[in-house]
Design a protein around this ligand. Structure first.
Ligand code: ATP
Length: 311
């Protein structure tokens, strides 16, 4: 892998004694979209903040394009754009001035053409003369992204990019992220919206209690762990799953009206034809049926749940 970020043995223990990151090893490939999923307090922001030089690690190393985040802070930081979770942009400055100023902070010469492109891409061009404090929350969030892109970073971190934004802005952001990837930018996003990871990510990492419990290509993950479910709407309710159907993984719901069979969609034999013929023999009729592929959300919940019960 051509790793643009390489994380080795990264640990963080806060002054309170809380271990926010257990040793984490992770390589981020150049040009990929990597989604970091995890419940509240899992350590996502801590990890991003360390890579961006905001939080100091307790142990381990991180290199960005071969530069060490500690020793070569300036070199690493100028390659990175960060869109933080919290908006702190209340200001009397205009959109144009704010975004242009951000670029200057990284030591780059002014480039009005680039700033104009960023503002246009984010539908902020019409607002360029507006003061930040006059903007709506969604607009402010766009400004945060514009600031992060002002110095043409190779790597963009988006910490919960669409928390609390409306559907339209979320779609716009997804579109923008795709365009950025096409232009060669590596994107690392944290999200609570699993739908977002499912839609966008090339690879997914799941972090729980400071531990990276899984890193996998999204498509592989969905194939490997994805279960399918067949739900039969019964003509007459059942009080319990009949013993004669004990060979199939069945559950009863909807006051006995819904019989659900969970099976491995990748398996050669699903067990469905034999189940249906056994049901016919037993005189159990159904009115309707539907199948459902488990989503990344189901996979995530079961992973985090397994970890919790193992702990
Ligand atoms: N400055 C700090 N001092 C002490 N503990 C902290 C500090 N910052 C974060 N923590 C703790 O470290 C753990 C990881 O927090 P972090 O913000 O990295 O999680 P997260 O995965 O980003 O969560 P969320 O999804 O809620 O943003 C949490 O238990 C949090 O309370």
């Amino acid at each position: 892998m051509d790793a643009v970020i390489s994380i080795k043995g990264l640990e963080k223990t806060y002054a309170s004694g809380l271990k926010a990151l257990k040793p984490v090893d992770l390589d981020i490939a150049r040009g990929e979209i990597f989604a970091l999923l995890g419940p509240n307090g899992a350590g996502k922001t801590t990890m991003i903040s360390i890579i961006c030089g905001i939080v100091r690690p307790s142990a381990g190393t991180v290199t960005v394009d071969g530069f060490d985040i500690g020793r070569d802070y300036r070199q690493t930081r100028r390659r990175i754009g960060l869109v933080p979770q919290e908006l702190h942009t209340d200001s009397f400055e205009t959109v144009w001035a704010t975004v242009s100023f951000s670029r200057g902070l990284f030591g780059y010469a002014p480039n009005p053409a680039h700033i104009e492109k960023v503002l246009r891409d984010l539908s902020l061009w019409d607002k360029r003369k507006a003061k930040i404090m006059e903007l709506s929350g969604g607009m402010k969030r766009r400004v945060m992204i514009a600031k992060a892109l002002s110095h043409e970073p190779e790597i963009l971190f988006l910490d919960e990019p669409t928390a609390g934004v409306d559907v339209e802005l979320r779609r716009d952001m997804w579109e923008l992220v795709r365009r950025l990837r096409q232009s060669g930018v590596t994107i690392i996003l944290t999200t609570h919206y699993i739908e977002e990871a499912e839609e966008m990510a090339d690879r997914v990492g799941v972090i729980n209690k400071g531990e990276l419990i899984l890193v996998e290509e999204k498509n592989e993950l969905m194939k490997k762990l994805g279960k399918k479910e067949l739900t039969l709407e019964l003509a007459e309710p059942l009080a319990a799953v009949p013993a004669e159907l004990g060979d199939w993984a069945l559950t009863l719901a909807g006051d006995g009206h819904q019989l659900t069979y969970s099976y491995d969609g990748q398996a050669e034999r699903t067990g469905i034809p034999s189940l249906l013929s056994r049901m016919r023999d037993l005189g159990i009729a159904f009115k309707d049926l539907q199948t459902r592929q488990s989503s990344l959300e189901d996979i995530f919940v079961s992973l985090v749940h397994e970890e919790r019960s193992a702990a």
